[in-house]
Design a protein around this ligand. Sequence first.
Ligand SMILES: *Cc1c(COP(=O)(O)O)cnc(C)c1O
Length: 343
Amino acid sequence: MFELKKLVRPNIMALKPYSCARNEFKGEASVYLDANENPYNAPFNRYPDPLQWAVKEKISGVKGIAKDNIFLGNGSDEPIDLVYRAFCVPGKDNVVAIAPTYGMYGVCADINDIEYREILLDEDFQFSADKMMEKADKNTKVMWLCSPNNPTGNALNQDEIRKLVSVFDGIVILDEAYIDFSSQSSFLKELDKHPNLIVLQTFSKAWGSASIRLGMAFASTEIIDIFNKIKYPYNVNILTQKQALSILDNASQVKEWVKTLLEERTSLIEKMKEVPIVRHIYPTDANFILVKVDDANATYERLVMKGIIVRNRNNVALCQGGLRITVGTPKENDILINEMKKM
Ligand SMILES: *Cc1c(COP(=O)(O)O)cnc(C)c1O
C-alpha cells in the first residue's frame, strides 16, 4: 500500500515553511509596502510570484495537466534534489536506479548522504522491474527511471515502467527530459492513476531554453505541496518566468524544431553508417545518438582539436567505446561527419 505520509521525512512532515511576503498577500494591489523592495526600477524591483501561476497556467494548457499538479524549479536539477530532501533520511534511506543513466541522480544522492543502488540495464538497454524490486529493502524510498534514457538514447519499455510503478510502494521518478523526441508517448496522461509517480520534463532540450534554467515536475497535489513547502521561496526568477511565457506562446516553433531535428537525426545516422571508425550506432528516441567507435578516447581528443565537442562516455558502464553525439544543425553535423571520416 502506497502511503505518502510514511515516505516523507519526519522533519519535513513537521516543517512549518517560511512564509514570504508574496505568500501572505496574494492578488492585486496598488501600493506594495510589504516586502522592503525598492519602489523604483520596475518590474525587476519586485519579488516574483513564488508559485509562478502564470507560467503554470500556460504549461497546463500545453500539457493538459492541472496547475496544482505542476512544480517548477531551477532546472530539473531542483526537483531531483528535492526528492532526496523530501523523502530520504540521510545515512539511513536508499534509492534504486537504472544504470547507466543521468549522473545527477547519483550526485544528489551523494550530496544528501543517501545510498544509491544501481541496476545495470540489459544489452538492449532495457530494465527489469523485478530486478529493481529485488534490490530494494524497507529503507528504499525512491526509484529512478529515465525514458528516453541518457546516455543510451532509447526509450524504456512502457509495460515495465507501469509494472514498477504498480508494485513499488515508494516514489518512482520518471525523467522525460527527451520525451518530445520520442516515438513513445509521455506518462503524463497516466499520472492520475499513479499517486507515487513523479514525471520530470524540462525547458532545456526540445524547448530550446537551457539557459533560463526551468524544469518541471508533474505529480499528485500531495507531492507537489511537499516540494513547494521545502523549495527556496522565490526559486524561479522573473526573467525566467517571462521568457518561459514567451516560449510557451511559440509551441508551434518548438514543434518545427523537433520535426527538423528528427529528420536531421535520421540523416546523421545514415551518414554515420559510412564512417569507417564507427562500430555500432544504437537506436535512439532522443535528440542524440550513442555510437561506439574503435577508440573513443582518441576520437574524442582528435575532435576536440578540431573544435568539435561530443560527450565521451567511454568510462560509463555498458558504454565502453561510446561517444554521445547531440543532433545539431545540418552544417554542424556535416562538419562532424567529415572529420570522423578522416580518422
Ligand atoms: C538534460 C537532462 C535534464 C535537464 O536538466 P535541466 O536541469 O532541466 O537542464 C534532465 N534529465 C536528463 C536525463 C537530461 O539528460
